[in-house]
Each structure stands twice: as C-alpha cells, then as structure tokens.
Design a protein around this ligand. Structure first.
Ligand code: C6P
Length: 414
C-alpha cells in the first residue's frame, strides 16, 4: 500500500514492512498486528544486522586501549553520538549524553541540576500529562530538598491549559519539565511557545521527547530547549540506550550523576578531577553495542524521512479515529487538536484488560493499563485505558483488524 499526501513524500509501506522480520509473526493463529509502538517499537533488519556485525567484528571496551578493536569500537560509538547530534540538530556532539533511556536521562538532570542547584522553596513546573518518569524524580527532590512542584492542568480533550500554565510561574520557578507528546493520550504539546514563555522569564526547560523523537523531526536548536530526553527502543533501536541532550553551558555547570571509570581525568584518595562533558556523565562501560544500534536506527528512520513518517502516521490516526468514532459504546480518551499516533479508549462495560486479552486472541497487540501515567487516568476518572499506538509500518488493514477485534469484544460482553 502506498499513501500519497499533499506536499509529503510517498511512503512505500509494503517495502517498509519487509524490513521488519517480526511483523511476519503469526500469533494465536492470526497474523500479528502490532499496535504497542508507544511502549516499544520494532527493529528493522538493518539494525539487527548492525548489532550482529558489531559483535562479530568490532567489539571491545571503548576509550581505554590502543588496540585495533578498542579503537574500532570507540570510533563507532562516537560515530553514533555524532548521528544523534545530527538527528537532534544539536550544536556539538559533547551535548549528547548516552543514558539507559528517557528515565535515566531525566534522573540525571534531577541529580545533576536539581540536587546540586535547587533549594527549599524553589519551584518546578510539571504538567498533568507527564509519564511517571517525569514526576517521580522531581517528587524525590521535593522530599529531599523542600522543592515545590506545580502542575499545569488540562481540559477534557487532554490539552494543557495555557493560561493556567502562565500562572504557574513566579520568582521561585527554577525549571519547566514537560513532555513533548503524551504517551497516554497522544496530545502534542505546543512546546515551542511554552519554552519561549519559560525563557522569557529566565526559566530553563527539560523536554521529555520519548514519544516525539520517533514520530517527528526534532530540532533542539530551533526549540531552544535546555534539555531533551528520548529512548532508543521507541525509535526502532535497542533497549538499554537513550539520550540526554543538554546545552553545553548547563552540562558544564552540573554535577556528575554517577562516579566511576571514564568520568574522571585523575583520581587520588584525596581528590578526583572529573572528565569533560559528555564523559563526565557516562561513568562505567556504556551500552556500546546499543549505542551503535541506535545510530543505525537513526540512519534507517532518516532514510525514510521523519516528515514522511509524521504525515503518514497522522493520516493513519485520522482513519483509526474516524472508524472508532463510528462504533457504538466506545469512548476515546484524549481528543486534542494536535495528536500523535496514539488512540486511548474505553469499551463501555468492559475492563481494559479484558479488551487487551480478547484482542490478543485475535493476534492484535495493544497496551492496557495506566501507561505509567496514573495522574492522567485520575483526571479522566478511569483506572486504566486500552491504547493502540501506531508506527509508520502499520496499515489501514491493521486498523480494520483492530476495529473488528473491538467489535468482537463488544459481542462477547453484550
Ligand atoms: N512509555 C509506554 O508504554 P523509558 O522506559 O525510560 O524508555 O521511557 C520512559 C518514558 C518517559 N516518558 C514518556 C512520555 C514515555 O512514554 C516513557 C515510556 C512507555 O507509554 C512505557 S511505560
């Protein structure tokens, strides 16, 4: 199937699907329909082969030895950092820190900036759309330091209230920590305007890009955000690798998160001099293979084009939303004007886990639960939702299979 959109390049989804061996799986006797991409997306053959090649021909520890393999692994690892830099359009490669994922990236900022620089009475603004990864670390800081958390409320569509946002600021505000795209509802926040507002008041901004970086082109220099975090495994890359982008001036001023090998220049029992950024924040042997795999995933996504991916997924979401709205007994939770490829819903009178189980019987993978965003569930007075999340390799036929599956759920519980 090919979809041509006005002003958007063609996406040859049939060819793309052949790049993903896992999409050929048969689950419970039915062809797999994988709609759990917000939790973790699948890996194309090119990335799988890059990982195998690394293990077969290039593996050694990095930054430590002068032998051939160590130099090769170091070159490829630092090459992956450069690919991430280009992917985010960061000014310098030293502004790219490899972490285990978005969660560790946010914890790094909490420790390096929050613990080191904030004091009792200082305030941090979060939004009511945040994933637990961008709530719990700041609560830990609040308990430890007496820092105050303010939360931007949202409307019934799942959009942040911009006037209330502006009222969250005062002379004590020290950070805005905000998700780019909500994992539970798909809302795309107007981050550019929100960053601009925070900066006009001298407040730095951390953006959680876990659900944005895989689906749209991100330019951290244009956004002018101070920090940007994302995970490799949601971006067709490996697990155990993620990225924290930080403006060099902030990173220089921050304390290291962990101590150990590679993050030092010199150590005596009296004193340690820390390494330069980004190494100051990369203690111990990193996930070398995973970082190189992330580089290959970025190459793959860029060969398709992030603009084309965004346009295609937008069209797919519109189709799925239209089909779901036409069904009886379904409530879509989160209907923001700007949405990414996430469809959270309730089937009237059926627990989301039962929806997920029956869909699994049909070979359809969705996520059910609170999506690690319990405050979002509380806002909509539900314990959990069913969530279908799309990627550029999903098709309209798969959306149709989802709707048939939901119709079956309704039949069984009628
Ligand atoms: N959301 C989901 O199913 P990690 O686990 O560190 O790779 O990413 C954490 C994270 C942070 N922010 C947002 C907006 C996220 O969506 C996630 C991960 C997955 O929605 C797993 S809970």
């Amino acid at each position: 199937m090919s979809v041509v959109l006005a002003d958007a390049p063609v996406l040859n989804v049939d060819a793309i699907r052949r790049d993903f061996p896992i999409l050929d799986l048969v689950v419970n006797g039915k062809p797999l329909v994988y709609l759990d991409n917000a939790a973790s997306s699948q890996m194309p053959q090119a990335v799988i082969e890059r990982l195998v090649h690394y293990q077969q021909h290039e593996h050694a520890n990095i930054h430590r030895a002068v032998h051939y393999l160590s130099e090769t692994a170091t070159r490829e690892f630092e090459g992956a950092r450069e690919k991430v830099r280009r992917f985010l359009n960061a000014k310098e490669a030293r502004e790219i820190i490899f972490t285990r994922g978005t969660t560790e990236a946010i914890n790094l900022v909490m420790h390096g900036y929050g613990r080191a620089h904030l004091a009792a009475g200082d305030e941090i603004i979060l939004s009511s759309l945040e994933h637990h990864s961008n709530i719990v670390p700041w609560q830990m800081l609040a308990i430890e330091k007496g820092v105050v958390l303010r939360v931007i409320p949202m409307n019934d569509e799942g959009e942040l209230l911009q006037e209330a946002f502006r009222k969250c600021f005062n002379a004590n505000t020290r950070l805005l920590a905000l998700t780019h795209v909500s994992n539970a509802l798909g809302t795309v926040n107007p981050v550019q305007a929100m960053i601009d507002h925070a900066h006009s008041l001298g407040v730095p901004v951390l953006i959680d890009g876990a659900q944005a970086a895989p689906h749209k082109a991100v330019d951290v220099q244009a956004l002018d955000c101070d920090f940007y975090a994302f995970s490799g495994h949601k971006l067709c890359g490996p697990t155990g690798i993620g990225v924290l982008y930080g403006k060099a001036d902030w990173l220089e001023a921050m304390q290291p998160y962990q101590g150990g090998g590679d993050m030092i220049l010199s150590v005596t029992f009296e004193k340690t001099d820390y390494n330069v950024i980004p190494y100051k924040f990369e203690a111990g042997t990193p996930a070398i293979a995973a970082a190189i795999g992330l580089g290959a995933a970025i190459d793959y996504l860029q060969s398709i084009g992030l603009e084309a991916i965004e346009a295609y997924e937008h069209e797919l979401l519109a189709y799925a939303t239209e089909r779901m709205k036409a069904m009886d007994g379904i409530r879509i939770i989160g209907q923001a004007k700007e949405k990414s490829a996430v469809l959270s819903f309730e089937v009237s009178g059926v627990h989301p886990h039962d929806v997920g189980t029956i869909l699994n019987d049909e070979g359809i993978a969705i996520r059910t639960g609170h999506h690690c965003a319990q405050p979002v569930m509380q806002r909509f007075h539900v314990p959990a939702t069913a969530r279908a999340s799309f990627a550029f390799y999903n098709t309209r036929d798969e959306v149709d299979r989802l709707m048939e599956g939901i119709a079956k759920v309704r039949e069984i519980f009628a």
